[in-house]
Design a protein around this ligand. Structure first.
Ligand SMILES: [Cu+2]
Length: 469
C-alpha cells in the first residue's frame, strides 16, 4: 500500500470510528449550535440529550463483560453485594424533605469491602413498585456501565468482576440506559467499594522532633480505627426535586458529607454535657439538634489520642474537595495502593477521585474536617473529630455512674456514627460502640436497631437523667 492510500485509509477508519463513537445524530453542529445552552435552561436538558440520540450513542462498547459462573469456578473468594434501587423521601436541612433515589434505602449506599483479588458478585434488584429503572457502575470493576446496562422495575440483574486494584472506588447508578445518570447520582444513588491491599495496609510513620530538636520517627501498627467520608452536592428545586439547570451552572443547594449537611457537629446532648444546658449551642453550626430527629440528630466522631486513624474518602460531586482537618496534618495520603504525600496540610480530590488518609491526633481536642472551599464549608462540608477527653467529661461520666472508670475516647460512651463507619476489613480496629446516624429510610433504621446499633435518641435521656440526678 502506498503512503497516500494508506493515509486515506486511516482517515476513513477514523471517520467510521467517529460515527460509531458519536452516532449519526450527535454532530459537532448540534454541540455548537443548540445543545446545552445554560442561558436557556427553561428546557429539560435530559430530554434534549434524549432527543439528540442519548448518551448511549457516545459510549464505546469497550471492556470485557465478565461471566459470574466462570469466575466462581476460579477458586477466588466470591463476595456477594446485593443492592436494591428505591426512591424514598429523605430529610434535608430546614425541616424539609427531598425526593431521593437510593441504593437500599440509604444515602450513600451500603459500602462494599473486599480484598484485592476477590470476585465481586453485584446483584441489583428494582422493586416492582419503583417509579423508574436503575443501573450500576462500579469503578472498582474495569468494564463499561453499558455491559450491565439498566434494570427495569420488577427485575433483577447481576454482574461479576475481579477487584484487581486496591483502593477506594466510587459506585453509582448509571441511569436508564445512561439517561438521567446525573439526576440519579445527585439524588443519592452513590456509594463506595473499599478494596483492601492483598497484603494488608502499611505501618504509618510520623516524624517528630524531640525537645532538643532531634528528629525521631514514630511507627504505628497498620491496624487503625477507620471512618468513611463521601463528599457530594445536592441540586434541588423548591419542590425537593433534582434541578438539572442548577447542576449545569454549578449552583448547588447543599454540600453534603455522607449525604448530610453539617452531619457531624455537636447536638443537644453535647450542649448539656459541656455547657450544662441542652439549649445553649457549643458550636457555630448545629442544625440537627433535638431528640425527635432520631437518626438525623448530628453526631461527632470520636478517636483516641496517639491512635492510628484511617479515613476512606471519595468525592462523588461536581466540585473539587480540598480536604483539610483544622489543627491537624495529614500524616499520609494514599491513592490506589501508592503513597502520594506525607505530612501535608490539604489534599485535592477532583470529581470521582478518592484517597486514604492516615493520621494520628496527638493532642486532646476538637478538630474540624472541611472541604477548604469556603462556599463548601458554609453549605455543609464541615464536621468534627473529637480526640481524647478535651472537655474533661470523664469525671462527669464516672461520677454519675454512666461508666465505671475513665475512657480514652467518648466513643466508649456515645459510640461513633454508623454512616461514617465502614465495614471491617484487613487491619481494622473495631469501634468501641456504633450509634445509628445517617440518611436512612425507616426500614434501614429498624434493621440497624435489630443489629444492635445504639439508638442514641433513646439513650441520651437516660444518661442525662443519671448526670442531672
Ligand atoms: Cu438510578
Amino acid at each position: 500500500m502506498n503512503k497516500r492510500v494508506s493515509m486515506l485509509f486511516t482517515i476513513a477508519a477514523v471517520a467510521v470510528m467517529g460515527a460509531t463513537l458519536f452516532g449519526s445524530t450527535y454532530t459537532q453542529t448540534q454541540i455548537g449550535a443548540q445543545s446545552l445552552d445554560i442561558n436557556k435552561m427553561d428546557v429539560d436538558v435530559i430530554e434534549q440529550i434524549h432527543q439528540m440520540g442519548g448518551l448511549q450513542l457516545v459510549m464505546p462498547q469497550a471492556f470485557a463483560e465478565t461471566d459470574c459462573g466462570a469466575l466462581a469456578d476460579t477458586g477466588r473468594n466470591v463476595v456477594e453485594f446485593n443492592l436494591t434501587g428505591e426512591s424514598v423521601e429523605l430529610p434535608i436541612m430546614g425541616g424539609k424533605t427531598y425526593n431521593a433515589m437510593t441504593f437500599s434505602g440509604q444515602v450513600p449506599g451500603p459500602t462494599l469491602r473486599v480484598t484485592q483479588g476477590d470476585v465481586v458478585q453485584m446483584t441489583l434488584t428494582i422493586p416492582a413498585d419503583e417509579v423508574t429503572g436503575h443501573g450500576n457502575d462500579m469503578h472498582a470493576s474495569q468494564m463499561t456501565a453499558l455491559a450491565f446496562d439498566s434494570v427495569n422495575p420488577g427485575e433483577t440483574s447481576q454482574y461479576c468482576y475481579i477487584a484487581e486494584s486496591a483502593g477506594v472506588f466510587k459506585y453509582h447508578c448509571s441511569g436508564v440506559h445512561l439517561i438521567g445518570m446525573d439526576q440519579h447520582v445527585f439524588s443519592g444513588m452513590y456509594g463506595i467499594a473499599i478494596v483492601d491491599p492483598a497484603n494488608g495496609y502499611k505501618k504509618l510513620m510520623v516524624e517528630k522532633t524531640s525537645g532538643s530538636g532531634e528528629l525521631d520517627r514514630v511507627f504505628y501498627d497498620a491496624d487503625a480505627l477507620e471512618f468513611q467520608l463521601q463528599f457530594n452536592q445536592l441540586y434541588l428545586n423548591e419542590d425537593g426535586n433534582y434541578d438539572a439547570g442548577a447542576m449545569f451552572q454549578h449552583h448547588n443547594t447543599a454540600t453534603v458529607v455522607n449525604g448530610i449537611q453539617f452531619g457531624y457537629v455537636p447536638n443537644m446532648a453535647h450542649n448539656l454535657l459541656i455547657k450544662g444546658d441542652p439549649a445553649t449551642n457549643m458550636f457555630v453550626a448545629q442544625p440537627w439538634n433535638g431528640l425527635e430527629l432520631e437518626n438525623m440528630q448530628s453526631q461527632l466522631m470520636y478517636v483516641e489520642n496517639d491512635q492510628h486513624v484511617r479515613l476512606f474518602i471519595e468525592n462523588h460531586g461536581n466540585e473539587p474537595v480540598f480536604f483539610h482537618i483544622v489543627g491537624e496534618i495529614l500524616d499520609r495520603v494514599t491513592q490506589g495502593n501508592r503513597t502520594q504525600s506525607a505530612a501535608t496540610e490539604t489534599w485535592l480530590l477532583g470529581g470521582s477521585q478518592n484517597m486514604i488518609v492516615d493520621l494520628v491526633f496527638d493532642e486532646p481536642g476538637a478538630y474540624a474536617l472541611v472541604n477548604h472551599d469556603y462556599a463548601a464549608i458554609y453549605t455543609g462540608a464541615l464536621g468534627l473529630f473529637v480526640a481524647g477527653d478535651p472537655f474533661n467529661l470523664n469525671p462527669v461520666f464516672v461520677g454519675a455512674g454512666v461508666i465505671p472508670e475513665p475512657v480514652v475516647s467518648y466513643a466508649y460512651v456515645l459510640g461513633n456514627p454508623s454512616d461514617a463507619v465502614p465495614p471491617m476489613g484487613l487491619n481494622s480496629i473495631a469501634h468501641p460502640a456504633i450509634n445509628i446516624h445517617g440518611l436512612y429510610s425507616d426500614s434501614v433504621v429498624s434493621e440497624l436497631k435489630a443489629d444492635g446499633l445504639i439508638p442514641l435518641w433513646e439513650v441520651i435521656p437516660v444518661v442525662a437523667e443519671m448526670i442531672l440526678g
